[in-house]
Ligand binder design. Structure first.
Ligand SMILES: *[C@@H]1O[C@H](CO)[C@@H](O)[C@H](O)[C@H]1NC(C)=O
Ligand SMILES: *[C@@H]1O[C@H](CO)[C@@H](O)[C@H](O)[C@H]1NC(C)=O
Ligand SMILES: *[C@@H]1O[C@H](CO)[C@@H](O)[C@H](O)[C@H]1NC(C)=O
Ligand SMILES: *[C@@H]1O[C@H](CO)[C@@H](O)[C@H](O)[C@H]1NC(C)=O
Ligand SMILES: *[C@@H]1O[C@H](CO)[C@@H](O)[C@H](O)[C@H]1NC(C)=O
Ligand SMILES: *[C@@H]1O[C@H](CO)[C@@H](O)[C@H](O)[C@H]1NC(C)=O
Length: 365
């Protein structure tokens, strides 16, 4: 866009010296129509983001919590800037924004009241260490719970500076990426203490129930198009696989437990879509996605599927695009990039429709 503007201004200057006013007028018109076209490359009005560290873009920098990514090497591939993103570069949410023709959604907690009203291309409410259950993450301080996030969104929606808020919300995409921390911080605790009382199925059902409440709340505020992530193989993240006794590469007992949540979530999302008029729910199969590089290392150039590129001390590995995990709990930028591309365009990871189809869904309503 910058390039285009300069080009047109360059032409204008030439025109000022050489051509009659009429030509300037024509050039001005083409300048404005180019701007108009640039606007039309946005596929949806806005992208609203909720969840945990997988998509936090800096909210925790402005909160009282120890869960922060505010120093390098976080952001080492984000122009060497530690924004609060828990990866070396862009998150899945950043890739979605880019593919949708939108700017990265800024972290809500870092905005002034004025910016909160006037940022109409999307906001990020995600907060690292939070989970679906309100108590998840409290050991780290006060991250925004999922309920905090939807409450803040409700207040924002009331004052947002758009002409038709109903249409704005109905066409926008709501991306919710959460649940891992409920297993990492809560479930593992509960399972170790009283797993006789707490079956994996029971835990999965209570998570799903709570998440469904939050999704219904967003629907009541006006959201219609949802992308909700299923959980990846949490038992395989280095932080857990290297600290939990197990056989093989991963702590399979945790993977088995969360597969029960994934299944429950999938069923409930399709149920919600039929219950809530005009709604669309995309479910992402993160688990399946993360199994593939293990089977097919050559395809994506990812050669290390088990270790963290950066274990918290020393320098990060130099070839960051060869690792699934950047730190001991979070995917690297390359993993996020491949995931986002596949969810955007393909049909095996994001179902029952990919994001490209979600964009045009409901256009006839
Ligand atoms: C890094 O900076 C370049 C040049 O300013 C910009 O085009 C690019 O979008 C930036 N990358 C990120 C991830 O912000
Ligand atoms: C927070 O806002 C300040 C001031 O606008 C900006 O310089 C900074 O980059 C923002 N931080 C994040 C993480 O977005
Ligand atoms: C958020 O924190 C950053 C520094 O961490 C500070 O510069 C900024 O002013 C804070 N923003 C708000 C809205 O509190
Ligand atoms: C989050 O929710 C808790 C409990 O309702 C509340 O005490 C806290 O003030 C909320 N935080 C924010 C930032 O809204
Ligand atoms: C989720 O789906 C299951 C199976 O269809 C059902 O028993 C349960 O009530 C649903 N939960 C919610 C919160 O809708
Ligand atoms: C999706 O596919 C279209 C057409 O093949 C392509 O132009 C676009 O870049 C793809 N988008 C992503 C995010 O891969």
């Amino acid at each position: 866009m910058k390039g285009v503007r300069l080009g047109i201004f360059g032409a204008l200057i030439v025109a000022l010296f050489a051509a009659p006013v009429a030509i300037i007028f024509v050039l001005m018109q083409s300048f404005f129509s180019i701007c108009e076209n640039a606007k039309n490359t946005e596929l949806v009005p806005a992208l609203y983001i909720f969840g945990d560290s997988t998509v936090d873009a800096g909210n925790n920098n402005n909160l009282s919590t120890t869960a922060r990514a505010d120093s390098l090497p976080y952001g080492i591939d984000f122009n060497y800037t530690a924004t609060g993103r828990f990866t070396n570069g862009m998150t899945v949410a950043d890739y979605y924004a880019r593919s949708l023709g939108l700017p990265f959604a800024p972290p809500y907690m870092n905005l002034s009241e004025f910016e909160r009203r006037t940022t109409t291309t999307g906001l990020n409410f995600a907060s690292a260490a939070s989970g679906i259950l309100p108590e998840t993450g409290f050991l780290t301080g006060s991250p925004l719970t999922l309920e905090n996030q939807t409450d803040l969104f409700r207040m924002t929606a009331k004052t947002l500076d758009v002409q038709n808020i109903k249409m704005h919300l109905a066409k926008s995409i709501f991306f919710i990426s959460t649940g891992s921390n409920d297993y990492i911080m809560n479930y593992r605790n509960i399972a170790s203490k009283m797993n006789k009382l707490f079956s994996p199925d029971y835990f999965a059902k209570s998570l799903t129930e709570e998440l469904v409440k939050r999704l219904k709340k967003l629907y009541l505020i006006g959201a219609r198009k949802f992308v909700v992530t299923g959980l990846g193989p949490v038992g395989c993240i280095p932080a857990i696989s290297k600290s939990t006794p197990h056989e093989g590469d991963c702590a399979e007992s945790i993977n088995q437990a969360l597969l029960s949540y994934n299944k429950e979530l999938f069923m409930n999302l399709s149920k919600l879509q039929s219950q809530l008029h005009g709604s669309f729910f995309v479910h992402t199969d993160t688990f399946k996605f993360l199994q593939e590089p293990k089977k097919n290392k050559e395809k994506y150039g990812i050669t290390d599927t088990q270790n963290a590129c950066w274990e918290g001390k020393h320098d990060p590995c130099p070839e960051r695009d060869r690792y699934i995990y950047f730190d001991s709990a979070h995917p690297s930028q390359i993993t996020n990039s491949i995931f986002a591309t596949r969810c955007f365009n393909e049909s095996s990871i994001c179902t029952p429709m990919n994001i490209m189809r979600l964009v045009s869904a409901g256009a006839d309503q």
